[in-house]
Design a protein around this ligand. Structure first.
Ligand code: UFG
Length: 338
């Protein structure tokens, strides 16, 4: 069984990916500092897959801790690197923390991969690297725009670091540019667990319906879109998790065509904020208390993916609908408040 290091494996996307990896026969070691997750996730993964992943409580931005991790698990064959801070607003307030955390952890991981001759790494990138594209849908050739936030900048810089490494070392990279992951596992045993007041739309919707928040603020209805609210490409987190397994197998089976490859991981469908609310009301049977307010600073108007390259090259395609996403998110929220 090939052992895969999943950094940030206790987090939202990481935990769903660990489930898919274990279901595909991989052995997983999770490295996570639990800064935005809970150790209970490890037992939930074990309940879903009937196998407990190995777990190391480690801060990868700490050089010696990262070195020890790789020495202890010297049989790792590949890395999937999720570990990073990801709140756009927070990154504006704490730029140094974001650069320190997101860049140092990647640098430490790469340095140890070189030492231990581990070649493949799947990297969590983001559609944020495209900014507001001039042409929609956005494909992998679309020009990258200057980042709108320190968080976005760390994703761009990390892609550059990885690209440089592929030129100078034997490291191989697949950078998955995620669109907007939402939803939860069908068992409702794992899902998104934001600390404090959620920044993102889906957890805010489910917490409002659950009575934890009074109402959802819809940030702007005066955009140049059919209903005036922003458009995003929402993707079910399980579809996204499966893309990681496909990417990993492509690397392990030496099917990469370039030493660094970039893929858009989206559905190809753009939905507005009001579309998401309507879907949620339909699948949950709840009436959502919401109010249109002013625009949120830094929001782009609309973006959705052209996923053709991922569909054709990876043989991966998102399968779940928006209704699957909103229903699974609601089932997870209901379980949380039980
Ligand atoms: N929105 C609301 N009310 C809320 C929260 C969000 O109306 O309470 C709207 C936003 O204005 C936006 C849409 O819902 O139009 C989606 O917002 P999210 O915060 O859920 O997602 P973003 O598209 O802003 O952010 C996502 C990821 C980030 C990533 C970013 C790149 O969550 O990690 O895409 O643009 F950086």
């Amino acid at each position: 069984m090939s052992k895969i290091l999943v950094t940030g494996g206790a987090g939202f996307i990481g935990s769903h990916t660990v489930v898919e990896l274990q279901n595909s026969g991989f052995e997983v070691v999770i490295a996570d500092n639990l800064s935005n997750s809970n150790e209970q996730v490890i037992s939930q993964i074990a309940e879903i897959t009937s196998k407990k992943p190995l777990f190391e409580l480690v801060d990868l931005a700490n050089e010696s801790a990262c070195k020890n991790l790789f020495e202890k698990h010297s049989d790792i064959v590949a890395v999937i690197h999720f570990a990073a801070s990801k709140a756009v607003g927070e990154s504006v307030e704490k730029p140094l923390f974001y650069y320190q955390n997101n860049l140092c952890s990647l640098l430490n991981v790469l340095e140890n991969m070189v030492i231990h001759a581990i070649k493949p790494i799947v990297f969590s990138s983001s559609c944020t690297v495209y900014g507001q594209p001039k042409i929609l849908p956005v494909d992998e050739q679309s020009p990258l725009q200057p980042a709108e936030s320190p968080y976005g900048n760390t994703k761009q810089i990390c892609e550059e670091i990885l690209s440089d490494c592929t030129k100078a070392t034997s490291i191989h990279v697949i950078a998955l540019r995620y669109f907007n992951p939402i939803g939860a596992h069908e068992t409702a045993l794992i899902g998104e667990l934001p600390l404090g007041v959620p920044n993102n739309l889906m957890p805010f919707i489910t917490q409002t319906a659950a009575g934890i928040r009074e109402k959802l603020s819809v940030f702007g209805n005066d955009y140049n879109t059919p209903d005036g609210t922003c458009i995003r490409d929402y993707i079910h987190v399980v579809d996204l998790a499966k893309a990681h397994v496909v990417a990993l197998n492509r690397m392990l089976n030496h099917q990469q065509k370039q030493s660094i490859e970039y893929f858009n991981v989206g559905t190809g469908n753009g939905f507005s904020v009001l579309d998401v609310i309507k879907s949620f009301e339909k699948t949950s049977g709840q009436t959502l208390n919401y109010q249109i307010v002013g625009r949120r600073a830094g929001d782009i108007e609309q973006i959705w993916a052209n996923p053709k390259f991922a569909n054709e090259e990876l043989g991966w395609k998102a399968e779940k609908s928006l209704d699957d996403m909103t229903l699974s998110a609601w089932n997870w929220q209901k379980k949380l408040i039980q």
